[in-house]
Write a new protein. Structure first.
Length: 375
């Protein structure tokens, strides 16, 4: 990408060079989030160019630098995209080959340098990723559908939010924004964690119906747009709500988020993990007297992703519930269009070398990458 207005293009590039602290990956699968077309158009922040997009995905390690010991050639790994500077007292974090800044939430010279140095994303046949963003998945080489594993980063983000809500088996969890892809992931994780009931809250009734079909413990609440009505419906769906996980995207008002707040029982937990860009009118006295806990959650720890993989590997979390659409590298515009139409349990996954009708496959040749530049 040479200007902020440039789009994605398929180009042939030399294989990215292996560098210190890095590992070479053959990319197996990478999810294309529903909002990627907005990101490509410049609607979610900037990044250095030219760039190969794709923060998260699944790959097989083919080579490592001499100073890399956490992953080995042959490992199937999750690339989380989250690069931390390592300064614990002053955390600086960035998503590589994407937008998103953690820590204090502001760009710093260190963050800008991180993003300049590491810009080989996963929308490619091959990529070089820093070791500190890679999590080896024991036994994943035997998993029959790597395109489904591309959802692991989203499940990890959802699981981190569930954990930060201190959800215990037998509790009632409400997921506000459940008809989005992160919200659907939160529903799956809450079920796997043993929730007594999961109240799925969202606008798209078809997606709500699909979630209700997962398990009798899933109870759905369609959003009406009226805060009082929605808060009462969430609270009444399954009895007292122990935890609310808000996964909403860029909504026009704070009403749906605050409806989740209204539904919480005293001593409940409220975790914000979505993309809401609204100030929340939290009443001091009410919040204090109900003894509520409010926490933010952004991306996840490596251990959380490994824990999710253990649930998948052990059959506790079943990825067959996902409705996967596979796309290849050949038509970036079509891939972004398909992704923009996805929601809930519907997921678009890039499998290098695959045609849209195939479920698996990748090219063995060269270094074809979907790059955002002006050519």
């Amino acid at each position: 990408m040479t200007t902020p207005q440039s789009g994605l293009h398929l180009v042939e590039l030399p294989d990215p060079p292996l560098r210190g602290g890095g590992a070479m990956l053959d990319v197996l699968a990478a999810q294309i989030p529903a909002y990627t077309d907005v990101l490509v158009a410049g609607g979610r922040g900037g990044f250095p160019t030219p760039i190969v997009l794709g923060a998260c995905g699944i790959g097989r390690v083919t080579a490592t630098a001499d100073d890399v010991f956490g992953v080995r050639s042959g490992d199937v790994v999750v690339a989380s995209g989250l690069f931390r500077s390592g300064r614990l007292a002053q955390p600086e974090e960035a998503l590589l080959a994407w937008t998103g800044i953690g820590g204090a939430g502001r760009a710093t010279p260190t963050i800008e340098r991180i993003r300049e140095v590491w810009r080989d994303g996963l929308y490619a046949e091959r990529a070089v990723q820093p070791e500190r963003t890679l999590i080896a998945l024991p036994g994943a080489d035997a998993y029959p559908a790597p395109e489904r594993l591309a959802y692991l980063p989203w499940l990890g983000i959802a699981a981190e939010a569930i954990d930060r809500a201190s959800v215990r088996a037998g509790q009632v969890v409400a997921v506000v924004g459940a008809t989005g892809q992160l919200g659907a992931a939160a529903v799956l994780v809450a079920l796997a964690r043993g929730a007594a009931a999961v109240v799925a809250v969202g606008r798209d009734r078809d997606s709500l119906a699909a979630l209700a079909g997962l398990d009798a413990r899933v109870l759905t609440v369609p959003l009406s747009g009226d805060r009082a009505t929605d808060g009462s419906a969430i609270a009444a769906a399954a009895g007292p709500v122990d935890a609310v996980v808000d996964t909403l995207g860029a909504v026009p008002s704070p009403g749906p988020t605050m409806a989740g707040y209204d539904a919480l029982r005293p001593d409940g937990s409220w975790v914000l993990v979505g993309g809401v860009r609204q100030d929340l009118p939290i009443p001091y006295g009410d919040f204090m007297h109900r003894r509520l806990t409010l926490r933010g959650s952004w991306i996840c720890r490596d251990a959380t992703i490994l824990d999710v993989w253990s649930m998948v590997r052990g059959g506790v979390l079943d990825l067959s519930a996902l409705d996967i659409t596979v796309v290849g590298l050949d038509d970036p515009t079509a891939a972004l269009t398909a992704a923009s139409r996805s929601h809930g349990l519907g997921v678009v996954v890039l499998v290098p070398g695959a045609s849209p009708t195939s479920s698996r496959g990748r090219r063995s040749r060269g270094s074809r990458r979907t790059r955002r530049d002006g050519r």
